[in-house]
Design a protein around this ligand. Structure first.
Ligand code: DGL
Length: 278
């Protein structure tokens, strides 16, 4: 088997993608990783598709140039919704997004193609129609309802993930979903941090529905692509994990336990500028 010691690159608009990084590191413990949170420009979810494509190209080119990544994981639904084609055309490496795995996880959770499925995402993700499209491509014939839940992003970035405020916000967003949805996809990588309060609110408003997160399914896709293309790292090395941000390493450090499952100090997080060439 050929091996490739280069890292897997992962990026998001901010700290949300750390929830995907965590699933990747759990599934692929031998793989080195490098994560970029574009914290100077978060949120992406309220911006136009053209701006999101430009930011995505900036981030991806930065990871290729600075870290020589072998595969890119777009750990952001907003970017996955509008920029996957542009990234695939631009980069010489495989690109894996989070929407297709999220749709697959939702269908697996409901176990029926005609079940009602709800999606919570950013305004950009909802506007793109990417989830209903991905679900339909996988054979879903039921109603797919996507609802924009933009307030979850600053709540997650602030680490304000439990108590009355996020629960009331969740209850309000869930009102927009049809009564018969059987699954609610967390269609933004910031939202898994709020999964417990979303589940509490959902138990009140839609007791038959469950919360779905596509992070583990994304790790399955990454594993498959690494295997298909002979890109796995050798198993006898200690992988390094680098973290980049474009603003405030302290903020990511403060949230690292919640998002990544382990404490990282600000000194271990590199403050960088992205390539502005796109
Ligand atoms: N975490 C991102 C997503 O998955 C977007 C959050 C934002 O920047 O608005 O969509």
């Amino acid at each position: 088997m050929p091996h490739d010691q280069r890292p897997i690159g992962v990026f998001d608009s901010g700290v949300g993608g750390l929830t995907v990084l965590r699933a990747l590191q759990a599934a692929l413990p031998d793989e080195p990783t490098v994560y970029l949170g574009d914290t100077a420009r978060v949120p992406y979810g309220t911006r136009s598709a053209a701006t999101v494509v430009r930011y995505a190209l900036n981030n991806a080119r930065t990871l290729v140039k600075r870290a020589d990544i072998k595969l890119l994981v777009v750990a952001c639904n907003t970017v996955s919704a509008v920029a996957l084609d542009a990234l695939r055309q631009d980069l010489p490496i495989p690109v894996v997004g989070v929407i297709e795995p999220g749709a697959r996880a939702a269908l697996a959770a409901v176990g029926r193609v005609d079940a009602g499925i709800g999606v919570l995402g950013t305004a950009g993700t909802v506007r793109s129609g990417a989830y209903p499209r991905a679900l339909a491509q996988r054979g879903h014939t039921g109603v797919a309802t996507a609802v924009a839940a933009p307030l979850f992003v600053p709540l997650a970035e602030e680490g304000w993930t439990d108590g009355d405020v996020p629960r009331l916000v969740a209850a309000r967003y869930l009102q927009a979903l049809p009564a018969d949805v059987e699954a609610v996809v967390l269609g933004c990588t910031h939202y898994p941090l709020l999964a417990p309060v979303i589940a509490l609110a959902l138990a009140e408003s839609h007791p038959r529905a469950r919360v779905v997160d596509g992070a583990a399914a994304t790790a399955v896709d990454v594993t498959r692509v690494l295997d298909e293309q002979g890109l796995r790292a050798p198993s006898d090395t200690h992988p390094t994990h680098r973290l980049f941000v474009t603003d405030s390493p302290e903020q990511m450090a403060r949230l690292s336990r919640a998002f990544l499952g382990r404490e990282v100090s600000a000194a271990q997080i590199e403050l960088i500028d992205v390539e502005m060439t796109a």
